[in-house]
Ligand binder design. Structure first.
Ligand SMILES: NC(=O)c1ccc[n+]([C@@H]2O[C@H](COP(=O)([O-])OP(=O)(O)OC[C@H]3O[C@@H](n4cnc5c(N)ncnc54)[C@H](O)[C@@H]3O)[C@@H](O)[C@H]2O)c1
Length: 248
């Protein structure tokens, strides 16, 4: 029997990369899943794979920055599965540009997906999670902890996710809700392809990955899986780097 047998888990950003790896990992560990993303075709592929691993898996096309869609998605999951045991906020975007050329529209879009989206999902899910003494894992980034060039909005949004996580952990910890975030760095996904900007100083970017190698999204999935186990219940309000020691 898998360690998450009987649990129901809501995941955003489940179409690709870390989100897909996490969904597959939790499916093999027995969880029932409610998967969301805006990339519909890839989302369906993730759902099919999870289902083939024996997990009862529902998927819903859903934009995390859309308040109505998030509210409906969480209600729909609660109706379908009766309860929600864990929520994992993985959806995110990173737009590259020199900071002095970063448009307001791109800055606001990045914050609305990465930070407001995480807030909306947490807000809607918390009443359900309080009934199950459940848990939340938010995906922040090493960019919340150390500067990154050409990604000022992204870094600010991920620092916001870190602060939001700690505040929720303090506010709801006594009521049995556990909230943590992780800070990945250098994971091989679509997001970590080289930025398309003019004249980047690559040395500034390499500062982020001194190990000179990427890790696979499955390594992040393993950490997320641990954080929602009973064994990890005393880990609360924590941010855990998974970056190969880049910021050690
Ligand atoms: N890859 C890394 O090294 C790294 C490092 C630090 C943090 N992260 C974070 O990990 C998370 C997953 O990223 P990834 O590396 O797997 O990249 P990815 O691009 O493969 O995954 C991002 C997912 O978010 C989805 N998404 C984008 N906008 C959305 C929206 N408005 N609503 C719902 N879904 C949306 C995308 O469709 C995609 O499936 C992101 O939050 C990212 O910031 C990744």
């Amino acid at each position: 029997m898998g360690q998450h047998q009987g649990k129901t888990i809501f995941i955003t950003g489940a179409s690709t990369g870390i989100g897909r790896a996490t969904a597959l990992r939790l499916a093999t560990e027995g969880a029932s899943l409610f998967l969301t993303d805006i990339a519909k075709d890839e989302l369906e592929k993730t759902r099919e794979k999870c289902q083939s691993l024996g997990s009862e898996t529902i998927s819903l096309e859903c934009d995390v920055s859309n308040e109505k869609q998030i509210s409906e998605a969480i209600s729909s999951m609660a109706k379908r599965f009766d309860e929600i045991n864990a929520v994992i906020n993985i959806a995110g975007i990173q737009l590259w540009s020199h900071s002095h050329e970063h448009s307001l529209a791109d800055f606001e879009k990045t914050l609305s997906v990465n930070l407001t989206g995480t807030f909306l999902v947490c807000r809607e899910a918390i009443p359900h999670l309080l009934k199950t003494s459940g848990s939340i894992v938010n995906v922040s980034s090493t960019t919340a902890l150390a500067g990154i060039p050409y990604s000022v909005a992204y870094a600010a949004s991920k620092a916001g996710v870190l602060a939001l996580t700690k505040s929720l952990a303090v506010e709801y910890g006594g009521k049995g809700l556990q909230v943590n975030c992780i800070n990945p760095g250098g994971i091989k996904t679509e997001m970590t392809k080289m930025p398309e900007i003019e004249d980047p100083n690559l040395k500034l970017l390499l500062r982020q990955s001194p190990l000179n190698k990427y890790s696979e999204p499955e390594s992040v999935a393993g950490l997320i899986s641990y954080l929602i186990t009973e064994e990890a219940q005393h880990v609360n309000g924590e941010s855990i780097r998974i970056d190969g020691g880049a910021l050690a």
